[in-house]
Design a protein around this ligand. Structure first.
Ligand SMILES: NC(=O)c1ccc[n+]([C@@H]2O[C@H](COP(=O)([O-])OP(=O)(O)OC[C@H]3O[C@@H](n4cnc5c(N)ncnc54)[C@H](OP(=O)(O)O)[C@@H]3O)[C@@H](O)[C@H]2O)c1
Length: 334
């Protein structure tokens, strides 16, 4: 059977996924019997392309580089494409809006209502409407898969839900935002907060408006997803207390260093005998803790379990190929 994939959004992640799929087509077929066509792509910038027998991936990538699609053009917007295209799965890879979750929530609903699985790295639907998305997926007998929403392709959700199945997870605690960890690492080298932020922006880690990262909102969305998906809670973003790194000074960082600790922006969710707490906040982590050694843009997460004690996973939290990989893993799960 050939999987028919439709993509909404053809930016960093969409293109990363297509590069992987094009390069690994033979491997995916021989190793996993996974055969596919990219049948549709819709992006506000490049237009919409659709062909039931599949689009030519190198042409899509070349067209994106040149600024607009050229093959099998359609007048559909993303939602019309989702409803009309004959596809088995929609990959929602458009921008994240943590206020409303839109238009991604509407995209996911349209896909599932028309019997298509959803795979997404977009935090909006997962952080704001996970229960609703999951209920619709169950009702329509499709899947809503979101590995890329927390730590990109580093498999934290799959680890918790599949590999650790049977163990009770009582806490998840981690460095969930690479930009802030990079800034704090640079400040430890003596750079001011403003210079470290400017450098993170130059390297493409931080947006022109860095509030989502430095105020902790991105990490808060990930804590909410971990709480709801991994620990079976029903938290809203506003249930997670949130403080960013904007008040941390180089003096604070040096003082922590001399006392054998490091400041990290930590996201935590805990269930202590039914008492639930969830927050994002800068913490002085002792150098002996596994999270203290995580420097630069790397992410890490520790799950506390009843049967295995603490398990820490370290890896990329963003990136074109890394997040493209998260989508691939969900496609293979389907
Ligand atoms: N990049 C990462 O490392 C990473 C990691 C984890 C999660 N994510 C999440 O994955 C998603 C994709 O990220 P990305 O880095 O690929 O973003 P991106 O580079 O900004 O690409 C998103 C693309 O979607 C287009 N788009 C926006 N609204 C659309 C709509 N309504 N219909 C169709 N296309 C639309 C954008 O066009 P315009 O640019 O013209 O708006 C852009 O071309 C985001 O939700 C992001 O938060 C990304």
């Amino acid at each position: 059977m050939k999987h028919k994939i439709a993509l909404v959004g053809f930016g960093t992640v969409g293109q990363g996924l297509c590069e992987i799929l094009d390069k690994k087509r033979e491997y995916l077929l021989s190793r996993y019997s996974y055969d596919f066509d990219i049948v549709a792509v819709s992006d506000v910038r490049f237009g919409t392309s659709y062909h039931i027998e599949g689009l030519h991936i190198p042409t899509l990538l070349k067209d994106a580089h040149n600024g607009s699609f050229t093959q099998h053009l359609q007048t559909w917007d993303a939602e019309a494409m989702i409803r009309e295209a004959e596809a088995s799965v929609v990959c929602e890879l458009a921008f994240t809006d943590l206020q409303t979750g839109q238009p991604a929530i509407s995209h996911c609903i349209a896909a599932m209502e028309t019997g298509k699985h959803v795979v997404t790295s977009n935090k909006g639907p997962a952080a704001l409407a996970y229960a609703e998305m999951k209920a619709l997926a169950d009702k329509k007998n499709v899947q809503f898969l979101i590995e890329g929403t927390v730590m990109s392709g580093t498999p934290v959700l799959n680890l918790a839900q599949s590999t650790l199945a049977g163990a009770t997870i009582s806490a998840a605690k981690g460095i969930l935002n690479g930009t802030t960890n990079y800034i704090l690492s640079q400040m430890e080298e003596g750079m001011s907060y403003a210079d470290a932020l400017a450098m993170a922006q130059d390297l493409g880690y931080a947006e022109a408006d860095p509030a989502g990262d430095v105020e902790g909102y991105d990490a808060r969305a990930k804590v909410t997803i971990l709480a709801n998906v991994v620990m079976g809670m029903n938290l809203k973003l506003s249930d997670v207390k949130c403080k960013g790194i904007t008040e941390i000074t180089t003096k604070d960082i040096q003082e922590a260093k001399s006392s054998g600790a490091r400041w990290k922006l930590i996201g935590t969710v805990k269930n202590e005998n039914g008492h639930i707490s969830a927050e994002v906040s800068p913490e002085m982590v002792p150098m002996t803790h596994p999270l203290a050694g995580i420097m630069g843009a790397t992410n890490a997460l520790t799950f506390s379990t009843d049967l295995m004690g603490d398990i820490t996973i370290v890896g990329a939290g963003a990136g074109k190929i890394e997040t493209g990989f998260s989508i691939l893993t969900d496609l293979l799960t389907l």
